[in-house]
Every structure is written in C-alpha cells, then in structure tokens.
Design a protein around this ligand. Structure first.
Ligand SMILES: [Mn+2]
Length: 333
C-alpha cells in the first residue's frame, strides 16, 4: 500500500501525466479527474484526461469537463505512449479501463490506483492507495489536497470533490455515509461551492427519453424472493422505443430499490447483441458483491455490477436465480 508522500514524489518526477477512471464513469471518478486536473495544472504539469466511455451530459458542469476525452486508440494512442505516469481513480477492476488499460500495459507505464473498492485482482497497478472505509474516492483525494491548500480548497477542486462524495453516497443517504462525508461537504461549502446548483445538474437534468424508458421499466418490473428482489430488463427494443441512450440506464437500479419491502434491486441491461450489464443495489440486509463477482464483476457490498459477454436471453434466468440464491444463503447464515 502506498501513501500520499509517494504520490507526491511520483507526480514530482513526472512531466506528462494521464488521468483516467472506469468505463460508464460516475460522479466519483469524474469529480476526482476534474479536481486532480486542477491541482496538476496548478503545479504546471502537462496533463491529459482519457476515459474509456463518453462523458455523461449531467457531468458537463464539472470544471475542465471539456478536457475529459473519450479515449479512441486511433487518435490518442500516441499521447498515451508519451505519458510517464497514469493516475487512475475509482477502479476496482483493471479490465474496466478497456482499451486504454491495454495501451498502458503495452507501454509499461507507471500506474497509481486511488480507490475505495475491494480490488478484484490485485497487483495490476504499480501503486495502490486503497481505503475501503472511504465513502468515495473523492474523500481520499480531499485528504490528499487538504494540507496542500491549508484547508481552504480552490473552488474548482471543491466542486469535483463534493460531486464525488454527493453521488457515491446518493446525496448523503446511503449506508456508506459517515461523519467524514459531512466534514468534506462543510469544507467544500467553505470553498465556495453551491450545493443546490450541483444537485440540479446531477439529479434534475433527466432527459425525456430517459423518463420514457423509466416508464417502460416500471411497467415490466418483476418481483421475486417474497418481494425482496425487484428486477427489470432493458433490451435494445425498449431503448429504441424510448429513443434513449445507453447512458440513460444509470441510476434506475437505485430508484427501484426505493420501493417498500424491496431489499435488492437488479438491472439486466442488454448493452450489445452479445453483452449485458448487470447492476445490483441492496438496502443493506443482503450483500450482493459476491454474486457480482460470480459473474466476473465487483463493487461494494451493497452496490455492485458486472458485464457479461453473453446474450441477454442466455443470462437473465441465471442471474435472477443466483441473486435469489445469494439472498437465501444469507438468510440461513
Ligand atoms: Mn466510487
């Protein structure tokens, strides 16, 4: 396990620093990218941000959002090769860096992973700074930046850090919310952020197609395990009939979990003809990262997911059955 002093040294020695986070990025990973970009350019470092997925529109408000580039090997491969340090945020599973991760391995670049997930495969990064107690990777970055700015963060950094903690705690509501999250929020407010504006950008910018897709989901919602499991399928037909985008599915699993009596919500999303994405959210009675790991994914005890490289109709029954089984095993145990 590495420490902040080591990260300082690595940054000090580097001239071209690459920043990235996982595919289907969330507010935590993106907030960290934004905050770190500010810090590094402040330190007069050459810095680039490449992401394995496009930037979701609700995060376009982040400082330096225009610098968050969707990685494309054809145009960006040479820039990766020129980097001498890669800072990775919020990645518990190296494969979630997709082609960018492959390029980094090919070029034998020095990698640092700053994260709060259980690591599905260890030893993939040169340096790991993991704190499983942190509600968000942004909370770890807050601790990193705080002494550098004598406690008063630049507003640009505070926006990213606050967004990270806000989104990973579901607006300070999930079971991972701890006193530190609120300390971070206080410090970010003292730094001049406007929480209501960030909230509106992140949570009140749903598109009409996204809401139409939600309607289709609600109409086809299924229950199992004495009503404790609510699960739903999103196939390409539903996506097309709502005119929704792939990124529109984010957040639905959290919403379905809000139903009274539901302990676990499960999404089965056909995100290609031969792949599907599954998402688990638990209220806290059942841990669901084990079943996510069973399908090759990972995450946190109460929020996890996986990508399965098989057609949806071949996996849906198995995923539902394994989820029910995992819940039942925990009842017995
Ligand atoms: Mn996170």
């Amino acid at each position: 396990m590495t420490d902040f002093a080591t990260i300082d040294r690595l940054i000090d020695q580097a001239d071209n620093i690459l920043l990235t986070t996982h595919e289907n990025p969330d507010g935590d990973g993106l907030g960290c990218l934004s905050a770190m970009y500010h810090y590094l350019t402040d330190q007069h470092k050459e810095c680039r941000i490449f992401c394995p997925s496009p930037l979701p529109s609700e995060y376009e408000f982040l400082p330096y959002a225009d610098q968050i580039i969707h990685y494309n090997p054809d145009s960006h491969r040479k820039t990766v090769a020129k980097s001498d340090l890669v800072l990775v945020f919020d990645v518990g599973d190296y494969s979630r860096l997709r082609q960018l991760g492959e390029a980094v391995v090919e070029d034998n670049l020095t990698t640092v992973n700053i994260d709060h997930h259980v690591q599905t495969k260890t030893g993939k990064f040169d340096y790991d700074l993991i704190n499983l107690e942190s509600a968000a990777t942004g909370e770890i970055l807050f601790d990193y930046f705080k002494p550098k700015y004598d406690g008063l963060l630049p507003t640009e950094i505070a926006v990213g850090i606050y967004t990270a903690v806000l989104t990973d705690t579901g607006s300070f509501r999930y079971s991972n919310t701890n006193p530190r999250c609120h300390e971070v929020a206080i410090a970010c407010m003292q730094a001049g952020i406007q929480p209501h504006k960030i909230y509106q950008q992140v949570y009140e910018s749903n598109s009409v197609p996204k809401m139409k897709l939600l309607g289709l989901i609600l109409n086809s919602l299924q229950f199992a395990g004495n009503g404790e499991l609510a699960w739903f399928v999103i196939d390409q037909e539903m996506l097309a009939s709502a005119a929704a985008a792939k990124t529109d599915v984010d957040g639905f699993t959290d919403f379905i979990r809000t139903i009274r009596g539901v302990e676990v919500a499960l999404m089965l999303f056909q995100n290609g003809s031969h792949t599907c994405r599954i998402n688990f959210r638990s209220k806290g009675k059942y841990k669901i990262h084990g079943v996510a790991q069973y399908f090759g994914g990972g995450g946190h005890p109460f929020a996890a997911g996986a990508v399965i490289k098989r057609p949806l109709d071949q996996v849906s029954d198995t995923v539902v059955a394994e989820t029910i089984k995992a819940m039942r095993d925990q009842q017995d145990g």
